[in-house]
Design a protein around this ligand. Structure first.
Ligand code: FES
Ligand code: FES
Length: 156
């Protein structure tokens, strides 16, 4: 089938099998390998991208469901929120191996869009992505630091 979508600000038309998961379109068709394959069954969150601003597990999302949507991956030009998250991630040295982290940042960005000042409980309730390295404490700290910076209350 032919499908139109927008990936990282670029309008695309793809000729592709309708059941193809978005993750394979991103990685194999478009070469956007920042989005990772972890479990393939919507459990781990490594493949999380933004679809119209909503954190979405791309490994189980058929491309046929995405006609006309706007998709953002970790390779997107940073907006205000993702720039703050990426700066916080660097400042706090959040990643260990890094494999889960693009999915974590995409999930964190979606959370901060809907909840600019999340509590630890809000973070735990909203983001159930898995990190085999156990960086959860630093991820929470990174989200709080980004939120403070976005709200203009972080110390320099
Ligand atoms: S690879 Fe998609 S949720 Fe694990
Ligand atoms: S940093 Fe290694 S899996 Fe999360």
């Amino acid at each position: 089938m032919s499908i139109s979508l927008n990936v990282n600000g670029q309008d695309l038309r793809l000729d592709i099998e309708p059941e193809t998961p978005l993750l394979w379109v991103l990685r194999d068709e478009l070469g956007l390998t920042g989005t990772k394959f972890g479990c393939g069954v919507a459990s781990c969150g490594a493949c999380t991208v933004s679809v119209d601003g909503v954190a979405t597990r791309s490994c189980v999302m058929p491309i046929s469901a995405l006609e006309g949507t706007k998709i953002r991956t970790i390779e997107a030009e940073p907006d205000r929120i993702t720039a703050a998250l990426q700066a916080a991630w660097v400042q706090l040295q959040v990643p260990q191996c890094g494999y889960c982290q693009s999915g974590m940042i995409m999930a964190a960005a979606a959370l901060l869009r809907s909840n600019p000042k999340p509590s630890d409980a809000d973070i735990d309730a909203d983001i159930n992505n898995l990190c085999r390295c156990g960086t959860y404490q630093r991820i929470r700290a990174g989200i709080h630091l980004a939120a403070q910076q976005l709200n203009g209350s972080a110390s320099a």
